[in-house]
Design a protein. Sequence first.
Length: 262
Amino acid sequence: MITRKFSLCITCIALANISLMAAANAADPDPKSLTVGIGATSAPRYSGSDQRQWQFQPVIQARDGAVFFDSQKGVGYDLQADSGLYLEHTLGYSLGRSDKNASWRDGSDKLKGMGNIDAALNTAVAVGWTIAPWLSVEGKATLPLSDSQGVQYQTSVSLIPLQNDSDTIAFQSAALFGDSRYMNTFYGVSSAQSARSGYARHAAPGGLYGVENSVTWGHQFTPQWGTTLVAGYTWLSDHAADSPIVFRRNEATATAAITYTF
């Protein structure tokens, strides 16, 4: 599912890059850090919506060596080899989707009769390779643990053309995939949903359902105060866009966050 969470995840990536860079400069083999802040995102009400809203979310990152907590990803750990290969494993939470306008999660009155998609505990495993300090590739799978909502997959390429003590600019392009259960949870319309909502019945096939691109700029005013700006663009493939609840296949997001690192 494409949600406002993605923008803030990219925000957190930029913040992590700056934090790790500062730690490397200090030659600290076991970095500890705590970053707190607030972020605001303008995005569609749900993936495929033609309505937009602003949402404010806290940004919290705590790290002790390989173990971290992230307000968007959850709690997890990451391991990196000298070759640049790395593994990240997280335990997080998806807020699901509402069939009415919601200020704290995805949802729209246009989904009335579709029913709510329950919040769910999930686990995500990412494997990647930092080919160079400015280039990395990654594959990621997100699996629900407390509800059978299907599995989401993502492959991405990240390019960092600028990275110094005060600024980081990063570009990321990701291909998004889902199995048939995932696709029908978020884009399908069952017979019961069709009868309640008036939308035509639709079975969404699994596979590639979107491409998401983003550019992130992270700036440190001081070693403690920083800001991050993120602009994102998403294109939904026919696997998602053919759904009657998808009103716009091209979506844009914008995120701004200000943070303080202790």
